[in-house]
Ligand binder design. Sequence first.
Ligand code: HEC
Length: 646
Amino acid sequence: MPIEVLGPAGTIVSTSFNVPSTSLQNVTINRLWLQIHALNYADKGSVQINNGAWINLNNTTALVQGNAARYGGIGGPMATLKMTVAIPSNLLMAGQNVIRFRFNRTDGVSMGFRVLRFNFMTTTGQMILPATAFQWEDPSTWQPPFSDITNITTGERLWRTASLIKSPLSNTRILARCTDCHAQDGRDLKYFNYSNRAIIERSRFHGLTTTQGMQIASYIRTRNVPNPGRPWNPPYQPGPGLDSKPVSEWAAGAGIDWVLDRDIDALPYIFPNGIAQETVATTGNLNVREIPIAMQLPDWNQWLPKIHPKDAFGTAFINHNLNKKYAGEGTGSATWNLRARLTSSTSLRYVVLPVFQGQSQFEVELGDWRTERTRLIPAQFSFQSREDSERVYGTALWQLVKTWEMMQEFNLEGFGLILYGPQAEARTWYTDMAFMASPFMLKIPNSHLGIGGNALSNEYLSNAWYQLQLVLNHSNRRPFNTYPIDWAYVYGKNKDLFERSRDPQIMRHLIWLIKAFQTFDNGIGPENQFSGWRPQWSADVNTLVHWNFLPMWRDVPAQTRAQIMQVMLRCWLQKSREFLPGQYYAGKVADPTQAPRAFYDGPLGNKMMWMIPQFRTAGVDGQLLNEVADWGQTLYPLGDWASLKR
Ligand code: HEC
């Protein structure tokens, strides 16, 4: 395993397996169970068992498991899916059997899929094949197709300079080379362990010959860079134990098996010691790299731009400072570029020295590089077609991939503590590039013009890139307004996603809220409305009981829900009360001349008046709610807080 069904349309890959006759006694087998990477559109693949009929895989023939079904299943945004397929009960035989997979057609982007696991299920849900029946390929044993230097150097030259076609569906020549869309030196293909077969077939996909593909594969295979990943393991996917591996393995993620099937499964990871106050304390540091979530982050294929900005915008991009500031190409006026700076000094000196000068130059420059993009693609860009959406999205993804490239190449992910001090994360990025890859931030419409061709996929991806941003950089307790995260947008987007999917992600929301508590407990008070404590915005506990969010608690037992609300609210109140009313007035968080009225939105006073009875109904302790009302009284003397006390 895996079975790589990669190549031109019609490619068939088969494997044989043995079924002991004892396994077939007294049982009826009526389902095939599959886990497949990149089965991302209907009828992309088919399966055949022995001499049975070919079965096309789509949402009618296959029942997608876990929450992936709620996001569109086959054709949805999750790259790896588990599913069952009904099969005739007489197909399996004692002894040797054959299973065949066929790649039916390309959509102009993909060249196949990977079967990670398969099995057969009885009517009672028992699996027939033992885990020992499968052998996993070990990438550390892979050899380059050619080991001589001439072919390897030719491979590198092709990687950097060969002229390519877009896909087998379109012979149009594109400006981008392999090096442009991928990490410049191809390390991504090595890092995520794409097989020789994948690299060769992908080269053919872009119009090169098999020999040329073998030369490129030889170049990639002989790159001396870390290779802990696999194509189906989403980059940076959170999971226990990730931090104890070297920082160079962080990007490989915790593995696809750490993607939870249900949001509620995250509960014991968020609260390992029961629903405790310390877990949510603003002074704490919840480890968002290690708490698994029921959201599959985009896989590496989804990071890669389908349309490179050179092909999307031509010379407007090539001669733009966005391009100039990456590696110095084009006629842009910028006098510096990121790669030259990183190459000319050692990365350690480059990142650390400026700190002594009082600022983090690297962060500033990457941020600057981001604003260049908004100059190239103005906010009023109008999206007329899916192609337009991919042009804009591709530009954001290109920046993200290039940022990853520099992070890896110059080993920049491990400087959090040095840059930001002990309150920071040991591993971090220094920019908001993932947040800014969200289709929502790019103003890509939530419609058939959206990424993935529908509103639900587009919305999912908006949330998924936000989630990645949380993992990569939530500011290390140095937030500035909406940089690097616009917290209120995040809560709104989770709500929007729920409205479309009905998949409740309240645990994921809790992770965000706890992290917001901690991010904004940074020594700065509410008088500073950009970086200080913001009880009505980033730390908006009202979202716990807001009618848009209440249904998301569906899978949480009422008592647990009340306990969680209780510790969150207590923590919020404790922190909020540390500051004087005057500080809130100075920061325009509250206004003493206002008489607040209970309303789910608007100023802090309104939200507080609205939420007190909601929390009471949900079972939160009355004493705590009285304290919230008392604090409200000090902030808003004109409000009728007494009526809210019990
Ligand atoms: C226009 C940007 C672009 C260029 C140029 C490009 N790629 Fe890619 N590459 C992508 C995208 C996007 C994907 C993901 C495709 C998908 O989702 O199936 C990808 C995927 C791949 C994969 C994994 C395929 C799979 O099915 O898992 C390999 C291997 C690869 N590219 C190699 C290459 C090689 C070699 C070249 C040059 C010959 C190249 N790419 C040129 C954008 C590009």
